[in-house]
Ligand binder design. Sequence first.
Ligand SMILES: *Cc1c(COP(=O)(O)O)cnc(C)c1O
Length: 399
Amino acid sequence: MAMNKPAIEGGTPARETKIYYGHQYIDDADIQAVVEVLKSDNLTCGPKIRELEDRLCEVTGAKYAVVCSNGTAALHMAAMAAGIKEGDEVITTPITFAASANCVLYCGGRPVFADIDPETYNIDPEKIEAAVTEKTKAVVVVDYTGQSVDLDRVCEICRKHGLVLIEDGAHVIGTTYQGRANGSISDMTTFSFHPVKTVTGGEGGAVLTNDETLYQKLLLYRSHGITRDPGQMEREPEGSWYYEQVALGFNYRMTDMQAALLISQLNKLPLFQKRRKEIVARYNEAFGRLPGLFVQKEIPASDTTRHLYILRIVPEKLTIDRKQFFEALAAENVCCNVHYIPTYYFPYYEKIGYRKGLCPNAEKLYEEILSLPLYYAMTDEDVESVIEAVTKIAVYYQK
Ligand SMILES: *Cc1c(COP(=O)(O)O)cnc(C)c1O
C-alpha cells in the first residue's frame, strides 16, 4: 500500500473525474412540483408557503415556522426578534459561516467569540458561560457539521443568565438531540436551504420557534413590518384596503416555487438521512484506522444527520500539512473545501477590532481540516474512491 504513490508524486489518480464536497439531488418529483407552481396563480405569497411551514413544524416538532429567502435572512430576523440592539453582546462560535456573527452586527450588537470543544468542534458551553457579561443578550450556537450542540447545558446557561438562545441550524435538519428534533428546542432555530445543505430550495431559509410572540415578530420582519391584521394595528382601519407598517422589516419572503421544491425535498429527507449516515459510517471506519487522521468525536445525545464530513489531519504524524493534503486530494480529483476560516480572521472583523488569538482551539482546528465529499447522490464507487485517495495520501506521507 505504501508503494501506491499519490497522483501529485506521479501516481494514478484515485478517480478519473472530479468530485466536489457537496451537490444537490433533484428528481422528477421536485421538477414537477416547481412546474405546477409556475402554472398556478401564485408565484409568491401563495399556498405553498404555509404548507411548507406546516411541514417543517411536523418534521421538527416546533410550534411555529416562518420561511424566508435564505438562512442569513433567517438569522437576521431571529436576531431582531431577540431584541438585539446597539451595545448588546452576543456569544457565538468562530467555526461557522460568517452569517452566524454578521446577524449580530446587522442589529448593532457585538459578537463575542467563545472557543470550541477540541474534539466535537462545537462551541464549548463552559466557554459560553465564561464569556457572559452584563451586556450579554443572546447566544448563537451552530450545530457544526450537523451534530447537535449540547443543548441541555447551553439551555441551562441561557436560562440562568436570562439569554435568548438562537440555534443556527443551517447544518442540522434531520438531527435529533435526546430524541427531540433540532428545531424544537432552542428559543429560535434557523435553517438554510442553500443547494449544498441537506434539503434545498435553490435558496431559502426558515426560523422555527415555540413562542407565539417571537413568531408574530418574525412574520412582521419578513414582510417590511407591514400587517393586515386589525389586531396588530395602532389605528382604526380606514377600509378593507388598509394595512399598516408597525415595525421596520424587510422583504425576506420566499417564493412558492422554492417552497414547492422544498416540500418535495422534505419527502426525501428520510432517504437523505440514511445515505448520509451510511457514508459517514464508512468514512469513520476507514479513517479511524489511520494514525495521521483524527475522526470527529460524536456525542451520544446527538443522533446526527451530517451535512459536512470533516477530515482532520494530525500534523505531528504526517510529513505534509493541510494545504499539501488538500492539494494532493485535488490531484486525485477529490475536490474539497475548508469549513471554516474563523470568522474573526476576516479583514472586516479585523477592522472592527478583532484579533487572532481569541479562540486557540478553533484556530488549531482551522489549520488541520478539510471537508470531504458528502451528499446523497454519491455512489458507493464515489465513496470508495474518496477513501482510496485519502488513505493513499495518509499512508504515503506518514511519519
Ligand atoms: C449556509 C449557512 C448559513 C447561511 O445560509 P444561507 O442560506 O446561505 O444564507 C448560515 N450559517 C451556517 C452555519 C451555514 O452553513
